[in-house]
Design a protein around this ligand. Structure first.
Ligand code: COI
Length: 354
């Protein structure tokens, strides 16, 4: 496929300056990648200036939430720009699209999109450890039609945001015993906007109580731990690493998978299993569960200092704990180019001359 680079996109890159404070996901690169699906096929992609989308008010995405997305990062190490396991994001986005009856973006179009953004935004990639170019590919159903049927027209975009990590410091989690974020047989293992919308009320309630994130329980049994909103959960018990097994309502995190690989390499005992929340709280109370952390593309590895259950607070013995710190360092060392890419996770991008 050929990619059209609009001259206006290059002009907007030339006039762009990075602000001093980045935060997460608030500073947007001045270009974006777009491709359209019409009459059963994808168009070539193009790099265009970043700006508002023109959507018909009856577009399916606005009413029936036909939208899925990905989160991934490009890293700069000297003059090298590299992506982390982008083919895994392409595969997961195809899975999410199928679940919402959307045509999957082909792997080559997806990779064209993220590689083009990384190549043209190379100068915007912050170089401090923990910072990166956060890349957000997304797919939307655009056909204007209020019948509850799949859209016949779609747009695929890739936007990017020079960012710091999503969460800095320890997190306090609130155990969400009332609401569910996803249903059994629903969309919990797909990265779709609706899952995140369903998490917002819980998050606004827990903020009032002084917590940072919800810990979601399995929607089927209401007793085993699933994940956080946008991060997978890990706990260290008697030195072994435990994480909820993939069960259809948990997102298959690419960082989760990488952490499991690194933990095994470090010689840790690893268990993917159902974790009963009441058992977990008892183990935290006794100190057998000495640390817990969450991980995700945006969050990297974020230590958990406390679990809140109704009026009770359960404090983790170590936050950040040594296991979380070792795993975070091992992951960042590969991503940021200080360690050998022994698992073949990094993909080099040819930087474009703007
Ligand atoms: C990510 O880690 O990339 C996510 O998608 C989480 C989030 C910021 C929604």
């Amino acid at each position: 496929m050929s990619i059209k680079i609009q001259p206006e996109a290059i002009a907007s890159l030339r006039g762009f300056e990075l602000p001093e404070r980045l935060g997460f996901g608030t500073v947007m690169a001045p270009v974006m990648f777009r491709a359209r699906f019409q009459d059963g096929r994808w168009s070539d992609g193009e790099l265009i200036p970043y700006g508002p989308l023109a959507l018909d008010p009856a577009a399916k995405v606005l009413h029936y939430a036909q939208t899925c997305f990905e989160g991934m990062k490009a890293y700069r190490n000297g003059s090298r720009v590299r992506l982390f396991r982008p083919e895994r994001n392409a595969a997961r986005m195809a899975h999410s699209a199928r679940r919402l009856c959307m045509p999957p973006v082909t792997e080559s179009l997806f990779l064209d999109g993220v590689r083009t953004m990384a190549a043209y935004c190379a100068n915007l990639i912050p170089a401090s450890s923990g910072e990166s170019l956060y890349i957000r590919p997304f797919l939307i159903g655009t056909q204007p039609d209020l019948s509850v049927t799949a859209s016949r027209a779609y747009e695929f975009y890739v936007i990017a945001s020079p960012s710091e990590a999503y969460h800095a410091g320890n997190m306090r989690l609130w155990i969400e015993r009332e609401d569910s974020r996803a249903a059994v047989g629903g969309t919990g293992d797909a990265k779709v906007g609706g899952n995140y919308a369903a998490s917002l009320l819980s998050v606004s309630r827990l903020k009032e109580r002084g917590y940072d994130q919800s810990l979601w329980l399995n929607p089927g049994n209401r007793h085993t731990v699933d994940e956080l909103s946008g991060m997978n959960f890990f706990a260290v018990m008697d030195g072994a690493l435990h994480t909820p097994a993939l069960n259809g309502s948990i997102l298959e995190g690419i960082t989760r998978d990488s952490i499991l690989t690194l933990a095994r390499e470090l010689g840790l005992e690893v268990h993917e299993r159902d974790i009963d929340i009441d058992d977990l709280l008892k183990l935290v109370e006794s100190g057998t569960c000495s640390e817990a952390f969450a991980c995700g593309t945006a969050a990297i590895v974020s230590p958990i200092s406390e679990l809140g259950d109704d009026e009770r607070r359960y404090r983790l013995k170590q936050a950040p704990g040594p296991v979380a710190e070792r795993l975070r360092a091992a992951l960042l060392d590969i991503q940021e180019g200080r360690a050998d890419d022994r698992f073949g996770w990094m993909q080099a991008v040819d930087v474009a001359e703007n």
